[in-house]
Design a protein. Sequence first.
Length: 410
Amino acid sequence: MHLPPLRCAHPPPEGVTVPASPPPFAARAVRVAGSPVREILALTERPGVINFAGGLPAPELFDTEGLRAAYDAAFATSAARALQYSTTEGAPELRAAVAARASARGLPTGPDDVLVTTGSQQALALVTATLVEPGDVVLVENPTYLAALQCFRLAGARVVAVDCDADGIVPEALEEAVRRERPKLLYTVPTFQNPTGRTLPAARRAAVARIAERLGTWLVEDDPYGELRYEGAEVPWLAAHPGARDRTALLGSFSKVMAPGLRLGWLRAPAALRRAAVVAKQASDLHTSTVDQLAAAHYLAANDLDAHVGVVRRAYRERRDALLAGLPGALPAGSHWNRPEGGMFVWARLPEGYDAGALLKVAVEHDVAYVPGAAFFTGPADPRTLRLSFTTHTPTEIAEGLTRLSTALF
């Protein structure tokens, strides 16, 4: 078929070449929205704002001297190695240290079971790249970690929420969803969940493992907060349950217990999944920063990280308690909130008729901020919900922030 030549509505002058537009962005890049948490943090960077929005560790609690010494040791031992390319799987001494810490928490792990990643967010991206095809179903808690939703949507997954209550995933609802949707994986943050702070009880974890084993699905267990426990008994990882061991990708991080700027995380997974994730990582960044890995390994060899975590726990527990003590006077009558046993977040719900998203602008005008909960939901959101982080302010600052919040909301 002969087609007529394309013509411009207003042809360019003789001899002038009009450059053609480049091809459009991939649909997924346009479809997936940015993080409102990051936008709120940018909005509240000015001095004087008391910010309950960010899930950030307290910088004054970083072991700066110990980390500085660890970097010095990494260079003193072998500067050439610290500055050179490394293996994709990670520095052997850091993998051994991660394995030892996992084993001490009740999950027998060897160095070869571990892949070092550039933060646990990369571990999630690698697992997603390895497992998820466009159109695959991914099950999530509702609400759930916002960056996980971004990751799955960028992969073209169909994200389906599983019914949850105050304790997390309802096993009967999970079984029904697995039978109906035939998902590729279930993503869960079972310990001190982001954004709700809730913890899935041991009996429900066992039920989740049995469902995954019986009906056939992968489990992705994200555990960035598990070491930040302030009260109550430890609950075994999902990955430690017999039915889940051959199908669970466990994601961990040094961000909350050492420093997020290191960007060091890890993936513990069955051998076949781990090998596939190594290939995906090679295509992503070749390997995680060598010098940061070696510094972390030196730090773990020379310092008692558990003792440092104990210091962090005591400070965060005091801050959590200050937030909980002040909420009755800060939120309108009829509001509800939980009491997390650990982690970084308290989840609150305002009374009927309130919209936490609409009220955020008023709060920022009073130099206080939080994260509206709507962004964390899959499907219909509850506009009355909000997430409050207590880790980055002292009890005195928290009290002042709640006074400002009360002024904004009343």
